[in-house]
Design a protein around this ligand. Structure first.
Ligand code: ACO
Length: 168
């Protein structure tokens, strides 16, 4: 875990890493993290000493619940179209504490529980002395992979999101 108050070289290195590897894969074009002072970065280091997972968490105050599409059948995880469907969320904000700004796992290491392990770690370390519930964490504008993961992790398709682009 890299905290904002850690030595500058570590913070700088990790932010460059996030920008060059993670943002590149997620297709983010922004130059830097929105507010590095409020950001905690978690890296998952493999036994081979490679960084194979990265999660960027930030403090947030509110988030919005993804709405189930009327008549939608729960995705089996196999239906590509279902993955890429547009999604809607509630206009009613709910209080939330921790925003997952980015989550990424190295391709060959996916589906081994690394993302789950990183989110479990965030929940127990983000706020001192608290284990955050899945109703206190939210995902920033999730990708199709992110949506599948969040649905499974939170055990509901109605998980919390924030930072999405508003499109009437
Ligand atoms: N398809 C279907 N179900 C999935 C998928 C998927 N692609 N990914 C995760 N799940 C579900 C599964 O039920 C899985 O359990 P199972 O393997 O026992 O069935 C459960 O979530 C837990 O998955 P993990 O193994 O912990 O997830 P993983 O380590 O593979 O990482 C992640 C998931 C981070 C989404 C990865 O696929 C990834 O890096 N994708 C590319 C980057 C990306 O899109 N990141 C999300 C952006 S959204 C955001 O940053 C807020």
């Amino acid at each position: 875990m890299i905290l904002p108050d850690d030595p500058k070289y570590a913070v700088k290195k990790v932010h460059v890493y996030v920008r060059e590897i993670v943002d590149n894969e997620l297709g983010f074009k922004q130059v830097s993290l929105s507010c590095p002072a409020k950001t905690k970065v978690y890296l998952f280091v493999s036994n081979e000493k490679m960084i194979v997972g990265c999660l960027v968490a930030e403090s947030i105050k509110q988030a919005f619940r993804v709405l189930s599409e009327p008549g939608a059948v729960p995705s089996s995880g196999q239906d590509a179209l279902q993955h890429h469907r547009a999604w809607r969320c509630s206009t009613e904000p709910e209080p939330a504490i921790c925003g997952i700004s980015r989550i990424w796992v190295f391709g060959p290491k996916r589906r081994k529980g690394i993302a789950r392990h990183m989110v479990d770690t965030v929940r127990s370390t983000f706020m001192y002395g608290c284990y955050l519930s899945t109703n206190e964490i939210a995902f920033s504008d999730p990708t199709p992979d992110g949506k599948l993961f969040a649905t499974k992790y939170c055990q509901t398709p109605n998980f919390l999101v924030y930072n999405f682009i508003y499109n009437n």
